[in-house]
Design a binder for this molecule. Structure first.
Ligand code: NDP
Length: 316
């Protein structure tokens, strides 16, 4: 790692709801936060369209508009928001070192990690084409738009099982597309799916293409590996629930993480295993993954950071 060319009190990595909320609280606590946005400023919410479940927006809002508002709110209290990404970290010394854009290094008294997670996608061009227009990676966020309609969801883990049952409460019919002849989800979750009458499980079924009218999803073309036949299911919504990837590559061998790569924080806090380094939002949460829960943990991270610095200053 090169020598640091700048020192800041509080460095925030990532600009989703967790990062911005941490920035608002840290700025108001005089920690003079500097935020690096990452490659996708605003994070996952900028990939969706309408957000209707974030408290305080009675008419709903667009994901990008909400992230713009959060940025303005963070800047209003003095957060420096900079475009750039963290490419390497060294948390072994008294000051925490973070390399930015692979070309310069910043040192910080405290670091708040809010790098989020990325939904895994099937990788079909039609999936990207209709993303936000019938294709979604979050049933809790977007299921409501498909009330009383027929939808399909792909995946066979706990997320797919949970989201399929969530969708079944709202939608007329839910096709659950399972690529093998069995689930990966826990038995309890599987039972819940199997006991929901309006979920039809299609085993050995691969998604070939999302079908649309150029504007919105109208169906999904699936292939049955056993019968070797293709069918088009008539659906208006297509949900992808094949897992998420936490954005933690640069923290490998530095911070404690679970077997899926999610950062581990100490109970009831945002402290990582390195003093002065905190984690909030989806990068440490594979269960809830909501904008509002991310924002809540961003607030916790800023409060933890402030208390950590105060304790250091006053020597307790
Ligand atoms: P998982 O990695 O557990 O499951 C992903 C699923 O997607 C697998 O069944 C996999 O199929 C399937 N899949 C992957 N790629 C494709 C593809 N290209 N086409 C079709 N299917 C595909 O991810 P989850 O998000 O479900 O769960 C992640 C973790 O979070 C797990 O540990 C889970 O237990 C936990 N979790 C816990 C919850 C809870 O406790 N309430 C809720 C949600 C998640 P295959 O099985 O064939 O590999």
């Amino acid at each position: 790692m090169k020598t640091a060319t700048e020192h800041v009190k509080c460095l925030i990595i990532g600009s989703g709801p967790a990062g911005y909320t941490a920035a608002i609280y840290a700025a108001r606590a005089d920690l003079s936060p500097v935020m690096y946005t990452g490659i996708v400023p605003g994070g996952q919410l900028t990939q969706t369209t309408e957000v209707e479940n974030f408290p305080g927006y009675p008419e709903g809002t667009q994901g990008t508009a909400m992230m713009d508002d959060l940025q303005k709110q963070a800047e209003r209290f003095g957060t420096q928001v900079r475009f750039g990404y963290a490419s390497k970290v060294d948390f072994s010394g008294a000051k925490h070192l973070v390399e930015i854009d692979e070309n310069h290094v910043i040192s910080a008294d405290v670091v708040i990690i809010a790098t989020g997670a990325s939904a895994k996608w099937l990788g079909l061009p039609s999936e990207q084409k209709y993303n936000g227009f019938g294709v979604s990676a979050c049933a809790v966020c977007d299921g409501f738009f498909f009330k009383n309609q027929d939808v399909a969801i792909v995946g066979a883990g706990d997320t797919a099982a949970e989201e399929a049952t969530y969708l079944a409460k709202l939608c007329k019919k839910v096709y659950l597309l399972v690529r093998r002849d069995e689930f990966r989800a826990s038995k309890a979750m599987q039972n819940r799916v199997m006991n929901t009458p309006n979920i039809e499980i299609l085993y050995q079924t691969e998604t070939k293409e999302i079908v649309g009218d150029g504007k919105n999803v109208t169906g999904v073309l699936v292939y049955n590996n056993q019968t070797k036949t293709e069918t088009t299911l008539s659906v208006t919504g297509f949900f992808v629930a094949i897992g998420h990837q936490p954005n933690t590559d640069i923290f490998k061998d530095v911070l404690n993480m679970d077997e899926s790569g999610y950062l581990i924080t100490q109970a009831n806090s945002t402290h990582t295993n390195v003093a002065g380094v905190f984690a909030c939002g989806d990068v440490q949460d594979k269960i809830y993954r909501q904008a509002i829960t991310a924002a809540g943990s961003g607030c916790m991270a800023a409060l933890d950071a402030e208390r950590y610095l105060a304790a250091k200053e006053y020597g307790n």
